[in-house]
Design a protein around this ligand. Structure first.
Ligand code: CMC
Length: 443
C-alpha cells in the first residue's frame, strides 16, 4: 500500500487550478489529480492507477458509449434538454425554413455557408456526378426481385469503391473532395434504382435539369412522360426532410462510419457501414414502427385504450421518447408542419387524425410528462413517406440519402483529426483462462 497523501498527488500534465478531478484509489490510498477539459476527463488518465507494477491500470467501462465522447467535433450541436439542434452553429429551424439540402450539405462538409458562387459551383459539381456507371446498374439488376432496398443500397454503395479504386488515397484532399461529391450525388440514384427494382419498373436516369429533390422524385416516379415535373410543394417538403436528417452527431450509424473509416478504408466502404447500421430497427426503422402502430390503432376512438396499454407497460408509444432529447424533438415540430403541405397535394393521410390524438393525450398525461417523453423525428415522417406512396421498406433509405452528407462530413473531420487512431475499444474479459485442450474422446 502506498502512503501517498493528498499533498503528494500524482499530477497529470495539464492538471491545474480548479479544472481538475481529484481521485483517490482506495485500493492503494494514492490520490491523483486529473485535468478536466471541456467537461471531460481522459479515460487514459486512469491507466496510471495501478495496484502493482505489472497491473494493466484502471479502465473505464461504458457499454454503448452512453457517457463517453469518442471525438471532438465541430459539426452538429445538440442540447437534448432544451430541444436544440444546430448544424455548424445554425439552428435547424432556420436552415429548414431558409436553406436547401444541397446548401446544408455544403455547410456540413465545409463548415461555412457558401457564397452564391460557391453554391453554384457545388450544385454544379453534385449535379454532374449523379449518374452511376452502367455496370452499377447491371450489378443492381442482379438482386432478387423482392430484395430489401436498404440491403441493395448498402451493397451498391459499398460496391462503388470498386469503381473508384483511387478513393483509397484518403490522404489527398482533392481525392477526398471527389469522393465527397460523388457520394452525395450518387446516393439518390442508387436509392431510386433500388426502389424501381422492388417495383419491377425500369430504372430512370438522373435528370440534370432538376434540382436535387426534384431529380430524386423524377427517378422514383417518372413513367412514360417525356419530362417529369415535380410538384414544387412535394419537392420542398422532401428538401426539408433531407435537411432535418442530414446529421445528428455521434449516433449509431455515424459512429459506424467513423469506426470503420478509422482503419483508413475508402469512404464508400465506410458509408456502407453507416447504411448497415441505419438498417437496424432501433435506428432507421422507428418510423416504420410508428406507421404499423397507427394502422393497428385503426381509429381515434381506440386511442385512450391504447394509451392505457402503454402506461400499463404492455408496449411503447412508438415515435415518442429519445435518448438525447428530453424535450420536443425540434425536427418533429418542423416535420409536423411539413406534413400538412404534403397532404395538400396527396390528400390527408387518414392516420394523421390518430397521430394528432395520440400526441394530444400523451402531452397532457403525467406518465409521459414525468418521463419527458415527447414526439421524436419519426412520429410524423412515416406519414409523409406513406403519403408519397412509398412502401415502409423505403423509409430507412429516405433517411440514408441525406445522412450521407453528415456521414461524409464526419468522416472528413475524422481523417484530418490528429488525435484519432484506428478505433479499438478495450474489453473486460469474462471467460476461462489457460485451459488444457481436451481430446474429443474425453469430452
Ligand atoms: N413509450 C412508453 N414509455 C416509454 C417510451 C415510449 N416510447 N420511451 C421511454 N419510455 C419509458 C420507459 O419505459 C422508461 O420508463 P420507466 O422509467 O418507468 O422504466 C422511461 O420512459 C425512460 O425510458 P428509457 O428506456 O430509459 O429511455 P432511453 O433513452 O433508453 O430510450 C428510446 C430512448 C428512443 C429508445 C425510447 O424512448 C423508445 O424506445 N422510443 C420508442 C421508439 C422510437 O420512437 N425510436 C426512435 C427514436 S428517434 C431516432 C433517431 O433520432 O435516430
Amino acid at each position: 500500500m502506498s502512503d501517498t497523501t493528498t499533498d503528494q498527488r500524482a499530477q497529470v500534465p495539464g492538471a491545474a487550478g480548479d479544472q481538475t478531478l481529484t481521485v483517490t484509489d482506495n485500493r492503494t490510498g494514492q490520490t491523483f489529480e486529473l485535468p478536466i477539459v471541456d467537461g471531460t476527463v481522459r479515460a487514459m488518465d486512469f491507466r496510471q492507477m495501478k495496484v502493482s507494477e505489472d497491473d494493466f491500470g484502471l479502465m473505464s467501462y461504458d457499454p454503448a458509449f452512453t457517457n463517453t465522447a469518442s471525438c471532438r467535433s465541430a459539426i452538429t450541436f445538440i442540447d437534448g434538454d432544451r430541444g436544440i439542434l444546430e448544424y455548424r452553429g445554425y439552428p435547424i429551424e432556420q436552415l429548414a425554413e431558409q436553406s436547401t439540402y444541397v446548401e446544408v450539405a455544403y455547410l456540413l462538409v465545409h463548415g461555412e455557408l457558401p457564397t452564391q458562387q460557391q453554391l453554384d459551383d457545388w450544385t454544379h459539381e453534385i449535379t454532374v456526378h449523379t449518374f452511376v456507371h452502367e455496370s452499377v446498374k447491371s450489378f443492381m439488376q442482379g438482386f432478387r426481385h423482392d430484395a430489401h432496398p436498404m440491403g441493395m443500397l448498402c451493397g451498391s454503395v459499398g460496391a462503388l469503391s470498386t469503381f473508384y479504386p483511387d478513393a483509397n488515397d484518403i490522404a489527398d484532399p482533392d481525392n477526398r473532395h471527389a469522393q465527397t461529391v460523388r457520394l452525395i450525388a450518387k446516393m439518390p440514384t442508387l436509392a431510386a434504382f433500388a426502389y424501381r427494382h422492388t417495383q419491377g419498373q425500369p430504372y430512370v436516369y438522373p435528370d440534370n435539369d432538376l434540382a436535387y429533390p426534384g431529380n430524386f422524385l423524377s427517378m422514383m416516379y417518372k413513367m412514360t412522360e417525356l419530362k417529369y415535373e415535380p410538384d414544387p410543394r412535394l419537392e420542398r417538403a422532401l428538401d426539408i426532410l433531407f435537411i432535418l436528417h442530414a446529421d445528428h452527431e455521434q449516433n449509431c450509424s455515424t459512429n459506424a462510419v467513423r469506426a470503420v473509416g478509422s482503419s483508413q478504408v475508402d469512404p464508400y466502404s465506410a458509408v456502407a457501414a453507416g447504411v448497415a447500421a441505419l438498417y437496424g430497427p432501433l435506428h432507421g426503422g422507428a418510423n416504420e414502427a410508428v406507421l404499423r402502430m397507427l394502422t393497428r390503432i385503426g381509429e381515434k376512438a381506440n386511442v385512450p385504450s391504447f394509451i392505457e396499454g402503454v402506461k400499463a407497460g404492455n408496449e411503447k408509444l412508438m415515435g415518442f421518447g429519445h435518448r438525447v432529447y428530453k424535450n420536443y424533438d425540434p425536427r418533429a415540430k418542423i416535420i409536423k408542419a411539413s406534413a400538412y403541405d404534403v397532404f395538400e397535394v396527396t390528400g390527408v393521410n387518414p392516420l394523421l387524425e390518430i397521430a394528432l390524438e395520440l400526441e394530444k393525450i400523451a402531452l397532457e398525461d403525467d406518465y409521459f410528462v414525468s418521463r419527458k417523453l415527447y414526439p421524436n423525428v419519426d412520429f410524423y415522417s412515416g406519414l409523409i413517406y406513406e403519403a408519397l406512396g412509398l412502401p415502409v421498406s423505403m423509409f430507412p433509405v429516405m433517411f440514408a440519402i441525406p445522412r450521407t452528407s453528415g456521414w461524409i462530413a464526419q468522416w472528413l473531420e475524422m481523417v484530418q483529426d490528429k488525435e484519432q487512431k484506428i478505433a479499438r475499444p478495450r474489453q473486460i474479459y469474462t471467460g476461462d483462462r489457460t485451459r488444457d485442450y481436451v481430446a474429443m474422446s474425453e469430452r
